[in-house]
Design a protein around this ligand. Structure first.
Ligand code: APR
Length: 251
């Protein structure tokens, strides 16, 4: 993409956003890459040297919960050492323009959108900061300090697991329904830093498109979502989102 093409695309995307009454954003690992959180598919399907099925699936958990907790404690430590980037902050500013007509749906479990100050956030794949009790089902915020490799529920004493949606598991009904409504009702959908290959998250893109929303993609490269995109802004989200924000006139 030449500089000139990028400028034209940014102007077009901003024009569409300015006339949108409702805006939905779908983010993935790419939005946190510039903060220093590794993306998933850039690492050959390995996470910190582990096979995905060993650390992010119900089978892996049943085989070796200690390994799974060690893995998630390492990911929690990574996130504790990083901070939101200019892409996260640009989305905070955009939310101020649309208020409760702006919904940020994220596949990320790092919580960096909330750290940055975004309010209407749906963490559809759960959160590294939360645990869920296998006995009473209680979901609790734990922050990012290390947990033991076999943490127990403070309420009922049963075992805790990470409150993360693993491969082969369904999404929380309430959270997913809210995400579908946001995609269904928006006039513009921003798709940022996701390879758009994991479903059902990726299906928010065709859902929005079918209802006539304008789809704006921000990524380093074209993805599975590109076929639905009206415009693509190809470059780092920490650069593209602030550039887009700059072009939106003050409220
Ligand atoms: N700016 C914009 N996009 C970027 C950047 C960046 N700085 N760096 C990387 N990307 C893009 C990559 O080009 C890629 O398309 O981010 C995307 C990251 O893709 P994935 O690693 O597949 O992450 P994601 O789409 O979030 O994965 C979805 O799969 O790993 C599971 O459940 C997990 O939520 C995750 C889901």
């Amino acid at each position: 993409m030449t500089d000139e093409e990028l400028e034209t695309s940014l102007d077009q995307a901003a024009r569409w956003l300015r006339v949108s009454k409702r805006v939905c954003v779908l983010t993935g690992a790419g939005v946190s890459a510039e903060s220093g959180v590794p993306t998933f598919r850039a690492s050959d399907g390995l996470w910190e040297g582990h096979r995905i099925e060993d650390v992010a699936s119900p089978d892996g958990w049943n085989r070796n919960p200690t390994l799974v907790w060690n893995f998630y404690n390492a990911r929690r430590a990574n996130v504790k050492s990083v901070a939101p980037n200019s892409g996260h902050y640009a989305l905070v500013e955009m939310e101020k323009r649309w208020g409760d007509r702006f919904c940020l749906v994220t596949q990320n479990v790092d919580g960096l959108h909330l750290d940055a100050g975004s309010v209407n956030v749906l963490e559809i794949h759960g959160s590294l900061r939360q645990t869920r009790c296998l006995g009473c089902g209680e979901v609790t915020n734990r922050g990012l300090d290390p947990l033991s490799d076999a943490p127990e529920c403070p309420q009922c004493g049963d075992r805790l697991r990470p409150h993360i949606v693993w491969f082969g598991e369904g999404l929380d009904d309430v959270v997913w329904s809210a995400a579908m409504v946001a995609a269904d009702e928006c006039d513009a959908l921003l798709v940022v830093g996701t390879s758009a290959v994991v479903h059902p998250a990726a299906s928010l893109v065709p859902i929005a498109r079918r209802k006539g929303a304008t789809v704006i993609e921000i990524n380093l490269t074209p993805t599975e979502a590109s076929a639905y995109a009206d415009v693509g802004l190809y470059g780092p989200s920490g650069v593209m989102l602030p550039k887009l924000l700059q072009r939106l006139a003050p409220v």
